[in-house]
Design a protein around this ligand. Structure first.
Ligand code: PGA
Length: 251
């Protein structure tokens, strides 16, 4: 343990015009230039990716997309492929975010196809999983996560998944100001690591980065990061302001 390099990722969701995205990324590049021991990633909207990629090129800030479609190309109006995301300068892609599951019919089986497409193209997939409030209240947290991992990672070998990042985001903690306590998050992260060990092997379980997401802020990041199985954060609201996000990166 302790061998994994932390990753702090900012999910900008459907915020910021092209101009605003470039401005925010430029500020962030300056504020985070001294960071060497943590990987940094921002995920602007598709329309800003190519512009922001010019801003972050050659810096320690990595670029990610918020979604992809699994086909390489074709008559799929409105969709965007892994190759297109790569050609816009991304190295990461967020897959299966709870908002996509909730509003855009994302399922564990579409998540599985998207992860496959990301891996085949050399993008680093950030697979989001998490239980809803009612599921937690009904003591279904572990069974829901088990299903999301089993189905999302169906058909892969540990060799395929070396770059995979998992983001545990309890749905009840996203954008609500309710963070899971560091203890609650650690319990789940440990469970997920043991699940990866059972489904794949110990090597993958020990090297895979598991991020926590859900109302991460400058004042709770240090405690979350002090947990042995929490390897970073996927940050929504608090990643939109470069000063605030920089504080999280400098946990
Ligand atoms: P939040 O969002 O930090 O605004 O809670 C997290 C996420 O949805 O990735």
């Amino acid at each position: 343990m302790g061998k994994r390099k932390p990753l702090i990722a900012g999910n900008w969701k459907m915020f910021k015009t092209c101009t605003e995205a470039v401005e925010t990324a430029s500020k962030l590049v300056k504020l985070s230039s001294n960071v060497t021991d943590t990987d940094i990633m921002i995920a602007p909207t598709f329309t800003s990716l190519a512009l922001v990629s010019k801003v972050v090129a050659g810096t320690n800030v990595g670029l990610g997309a918020q979604n992809l479609f699994w086909e390489a190309q074709g008559a799929y109006t409105g969709e965007i492929s892994a190759q297109m995301i790569l050609s816009a300068g991304c190295s990461y892609v967020i897959i299966g975010h709870s908002e996509r599951r909730q509003f855009f019919s994302e399922t564990d089986s579409s998540v599985n196809k998207k992860i496959n497409s990301a891996i085949q193209s050399g993008l680093i997939p950030v697979m989001c999983i998490g239980e809803t409030g009612p599921e937690r209240d009904a003591d279904k947290t572990f069974s829901i996560l088990d299903k999301q991992v089993q189905m999302g990672l169906e058909g892969f070998s540990s060799g395929n998944l070396r770059s995979l990042v998992i983001a545990y985001e309890p749905v009840w903690a996203i954008g609500t100001g309710k963070t899971a306590t560091s203890g609650q998050a650690q319990e789940v992260h440990r469970f997920l690591r043991s699940l990866i060990e059972k489904k794949f092997d110990k090597n993958l379980a020990e090297s895979i980065r598991i991020l926590y997401g859900g109302s991460v802020k400058p004042d709770n990041i240090a405690e979350l990061m002090s947990m042995p199985d929490i390897d970073g954060a996927l940050v929504g609201g608090a990643s939109l302001d470069p000063e605030v996000f920089s504080k999280i990166i400098h946990f």
